[in-house]
Structure formats: structure tokens, C-alpha cells
Design a protein around this ligand. Structure first.
Ligand SMILES: [Zn+2]
Length: 59
């Protein structure tokens, strides 16, 4: 079964607003994306999904 992976999920640091590509893992034929463990810029571990972040900003 061939399935094209979707674009990587992106995450935004809740503290300094740096954007990171999600870490991809391949599990049971599906791809999962997860936020980085911590922000390389400020060390925060709080991330929001990019889509959520954009929606929040434009509300
Ligand atoms: Zn940060």
C-alpha cells in the first residue's frame, strides 16, 4: 500500500514563537508528527500546532 505522506505538521513555540517542523515517526503504515521536545531558541517545552496558532492570531 503506497500512501504519500502529508506535509509535516508544524509547531510554534508558545514562548518565543519559533516555528519547527514536527518530528515524524512511521508507525504501522501511518505517519505521526509530534512537537519537538524543547525549543532550541528558548528551551520552552510548550508548543502549539501551527494551524491552531494561526487561527488564534487571526481571531
Ligand atoms: Zn522558544
Amino acid at each position: 500500500m503506497s500512501h504519500t505522506p502529508e506535509l509535516p505538521e508544524r509547531y510554534v513555540c508558545d514562548n518565543c514563537h519559533s516555528v519547527y517542523a514536527g518530528t515524524v515517526s512511521h508507525d504501522g503504515g501511518t505517519y505521526h508528527y509530534s512537537a519537538p521536545d524543547e525549543c532550541a531558541a528558548c528551551g520552552s517545552t510548550e508548543f502549539v500546532a501551527f494551524e491552531q496558532y494561526v487561527r488564534h492570531k487571526t481571531d
